[in-house]
Design a protein around this ligand. Sequence first.
Ligand SMILES: *[C@@H]1O[C@H](CO)[C@@H](O)[C@H](O)[C@H]1NC(C)=O
Ligand SMILES: *[C@@H]1O[C@H](CO)[C@@H](O)[C@H](O)[C@H]1NC(C)=O
Length: 390
Amino acid sequence: MGVRKLLRFLWVISVVLLIEAFSGSGSVRLKSVAMNPPPLGICASSVRKHGYKCEEVDVTTEDGYILSVQRIPVGRGGAVGGGRKRQPVLLQHGVLVDGMTWLLNPPEQSLALILADNGYDVWIANTRGTSFSRRHVSLDPDRPVRIMLHIRFHSVEFWDWTWDEIVSRDLPAVIAFISQQTSQKIHYVGHSLGTLIALASLSEGKQLDKLKSAALLSPIAYLSHMTTALGVLAAKVFVGEYLVWLSSIQKGKNCCLNASTVDVFLRNEPQSTSTKNLVHLAQTVRDGVLAKYDYGNPAFNMEHYGQPRPPIYNISNIPRNFPLFMSYGGQDALSDPKDVATLLDDLKLHEEGKLSVQYIKDYAHADFIMGVTAKDVVYDKIISFFRRNQ
Ligand SMILES: *[C@@H]1O[C@H](CO)[C@@H](O)[C@H](O)[C@H]1NC(C)=O
Ligand SMILES: *[C@@H]1O[C@H](CO)[C@@H](O)[C@H](O)[C@H]1NC(C)=O
């Protein structure tokens, strides 16, 4: 092991230990830069400059989080074509990033803008804790508890959630809002954690009445086979892998990244999330099952769930006629092909024709959102999938 690798390994381990030490409370923010969101919203910084209309919307969840959502209602130039109703599409980003990730490439390569140009009414979600969604009707996200190295730990209350709450609170609030505004069923696109959220919701029978279909890029449900140059120990912890991914993105295995896009990406990311969320992801890696947050002992679980073990999300319960599209890459260290195989096995009884699966041998995690070839390789397929499932 070279010195650099060793240093990176030690860094990952210290992050792991810090997370263990503070598990269950506060947030992890991996940048020492401004704690306040940049003055410009996503519409102003990344959409309107390309000649697209864009609206900033606030959606409040049942538990009081105020989420920033962007809407790109029409394609470039703004003409609403042909009188046909434009179908809504919701884009859901992954962990430690935000809605900006859909808008980093030039317009003709960015999924959000490609969808708008193809006649869709595009909505971009930003989950709780990310820079434009660090707001709450009563809780303060920035009340500092302590600061250590470049990691800040924040007040417990605002950050007391995991992706279970993204499933049970954020997603329902955003989907209900879009549904109310458009009076139409919605197509969903998720990347990375955004796929897990959809699979978990659908497995509980939620959102089925409001969603028309789901396209899942770099699907994540099982994380037991995540590969990493750092070995099994680091692989046990999702955040470690994610940080390595973020820090090594330029020299990583992603086949088709544009250097200037990567620059913009690294300026914006990583976003903060709750420590508890990362612990929950680490549990997914450790246990190899998709379950709700484990409070660590039977009594606490009993208190929260009325049973000693956390309830599982059973992916086989997703209705067999619900249209799904999945695209995964042969070089993806986070969404490992072996874990995708486990996921596909859960869906083996899905109706013929309702599950489309694409395997791209040379794609890694970031290629699905930033790859310069992604339009031809993946996005055109998503659009034909949506057209088949109008
Ligand atoms: C890379 O991104 C820059 C800035 O968005 C753009 O001008 C350039 O055309 C892109 N290169 C490729 C090969 O797409
Ligand atoms: C998930 O549900 C399927 C039927 O829908 C069932 O056969 C299977 O045992 C369940 N898995 C678990 C782990 O409960």
